[in-house]
Design a protein around this ligand. Sequence first.
Ligand code: DAH
Length: 358
Amino acid sequence: MAWAGLRGNGSACLQSALLSQPPVSAPISLQQLTDQLNSLENEAAAAIQQAVAASELEDLRVGLLGKKGRLSAVLGAMGKLPGEERPLVGQRANRLKELVQSLLNQRLETVKQGALTERLQRERLDVTAPCRYGPPGHRHPLISTIEEIVDIFAGLGYRVAEGPEIETDHYNFSALNIPEHHPARDMQDTFYLGGDRLLRTHTSPVQIRHLEANPPPVRIVAPGRVYRRDAVDATHSPVFHQVEVLALDEGLDFSHLRGTVTTFLQHFFGDLPVRFRASYFPFTEPSAEVDVQWRGRWLEVMGCGMVDPAVLEGLGLDPNRWSGFAAGLGVERFCMVRHGIDDIRRLFTSDLRFLEQF
Ligand code: DAH
């Protein structure tokens, strides 16, 4: 072991010589036994003093005081002395035993202390050393865009809702008033998973799932990943992100929709002109697309409308009592406009030279 190696093997030699002495043989005198005990004491003391490891001390203990140890050998020879001399040797042997035991204990303490001190030295920490900094991570621009959007709606009293990315035909289409063979399905060709399961093409199914589980009034914002069978180019990706908005209550009308969407867009993009254009979505009536004037150009940024009564009826809600509005937006679009990013693929290729700019 390291300790023995450092100190040379002098103590090892001494120990093995000490421990391998043959048992004493008869006949024997009191003087001889006393001499043997004396020299045993001297040798033991020297060997213990030189031991540098707990295991060496244990070997010494066994060799000196153990059943087959040196002391037992001397005591065995004691039987050959006249009866009146035996107690003298016995007492001497007991003192020796106690002495050896206490020397072993003391040395063990010292050895342990030495090992501890050595370890403390070896494992010393230099708290003044300059540290190595790793590059600090930060949020992906898409994630911070989602957080910013959700934050604005949270400030307007909306709660976050989520739904599964693997949807059924029912939630993704039928419940949103998009029956089979309806041309609106062509605009959202998706990945079918077999049975009636598919990857959701928009976050609008969260509207249905949320209303099924939560009676109105509701105000929710639902961010998430959506999928479409689109070829990849500068503005299309088969995976992208949307945020859905839904408010359903008594007495909501188009002015609430207009006010909410305008407030949101002006928080996100700054105080820019916003316009609503009539449009069509199967699950809203009337429907609109919303543009913001960004650097002199009208940019289409989201769809919205008043929740279609047919959707409410499908959920067993009375359209004469409950009304509301919904809106949906593409996160990539918001992120690209805000940061002047020219190609959607940059958001998905994980190139640190690009991402580190944000
Ligand atoms: N789900 C639509 C889409 O993906 C976006 C949308 C339009 C959502 C109008 C709405 C809405 O909630 O009212 O194209």
